[in-house]
Write a protein that binds this ligand. Sequence first.
Ligand SMILES: NC(=O)C1=CN([C@@H]2O[C@H](COP(=O)(O)OP(=O)(O)OC[C@H]3O[C@@H](n4cnc5c(N)ncnc54)[C@H](OP(=O)(O)O)[C@@H]3O)[C@@H](O)[C@H]2O)C=CC1
Ligand SMILES: CC(=O)N[C@@H](CCC(=O)OP(=O)(O)O)C(=O)O
Length: 345
Amino acid sequence: MNIAIIGATGYSGVELLRFLQHHPHVERCHLYSSSQDGMALSQSFPHTGENRGNVLRKMAIEQIAAANDVVFFATPPGVSSELSPLLIEKGIKVIDLSGDFRLKDGTVYEKWYKRPAAEHSYLQKAVYGLSEWNRTEIRKAQLLANPGCYPTATLLGLAPLVQNGLIEEQSIIVDAKSGVSGAGRKASLNTHFSEINENVKIYKVNEHQHIPEIEQMLKLWNEHIQPITFSTHLIPMTRGIMATIYAQAKVELSLETLLDLYKTSYETAHFVRVRNSGQFPATKEVYGSNYCDIGIAYDERTGRITVVSVIDNLVKGAAGQAVQNFNVMMGWNESEGLKVAPIYP
Ligand SMILES: NC(=O)C1=CN([C@@H]2O[C@H](COP(=O)(O)OP(=O)(O)OC[C@H]3O[C@@H](n4cnc5c(N)ncnc54)[C@H](OP(=O)(O)O)[C@@H]3O)[C@@H](O)[C@H]2O)C=CC1
Ligand SMILES: CC(=O)N[C@@H](CCC(=O)OP(=O)(O)O)C(=O)O
């Protein structure tokens, strides 16, 4: 099978290549760039080496369709919504890492992303790729909307509570922190070294584009869920997201009950690891891997549940989950190409 990576010169694109170049069912990875046509990928990323196959090709959609079976978009918002329809009509499968097809309601996309939405029929056709909770739909998908990094950590952390109606529906608060690679490779004032080193910044307060994405999924699981409070922080590390989630229990619970629930919910989920009582994950414990690690606490004084969910934003939060979804779409073992342990320390 031949696959295309559009946006291969970005962080998520080159991370896709890391997993797909050794994937047992991928024969060729073709790399596309809108700005570096004809150049070697190693000019942008020397760590990829002088592999002669890694030459960046022109973004010509007809040629991309002719040469590939599956196309991955690792591009900024607005690119896949414009180019995917041409590929879909030719029967090509599309996996989009951007937010263009995640929200079913185009007006919601336009409000939060502040740009025109994809065509309505494609928004309806797209399948939301939260791998662990949407496998049946993902298997049939031709257009796959890969979840955002923060929504992945948050939704995996909240699913057992929300699906089982265990928390007060208006009580969800998510305090999330991300490493700087979450903002992509392009330099910006917010992310350059002297701005972020020895610093912590809150950003997009009550305005983050991932709020409607998280709420959309929570409401599908439980129609009574109310708007959430969701805060994002940029912290001085390269990779990793920690989402610390707070919610009020509806009835008195125990930590033992909650741990049993989480362990049962994720019993067959290869990439979700639930910690034992009193243990909480750190971002370094999933670094470079497709794992989402979860720790849980229950405060008997307040009746509040705390869930800590960590992922690598570029792996489970982007390229890794995209490859996991690719595997599910093709009917292969979900972990093909992703059998890498976290890098530690
Ligand atoms: N970084 C992360 O942790 C996550 C990112 N995402 C999403 O994945 C997508 C890629 O993110 P990321 O890898 O961080 O971004 P980067 O900025 O690192 O890379 C984006 C790439 O897109 C290409 N590109 C830019 N403009 C265009 C255009 N008009 N047409 C075609 N290609 C273009 C560029 O390559 P070239 O100029 O060579 O074409 C660039 O290398 C984004 O939508 C992002 O929101 C999702 C989850 C997590
Ligand atoms: C640290 C940082 O800046 N992170 C980005 C994540 C962007 C992203 O993943 O964007 P989409 O999911 O919308 O495509 C942000 O908070 O906007």
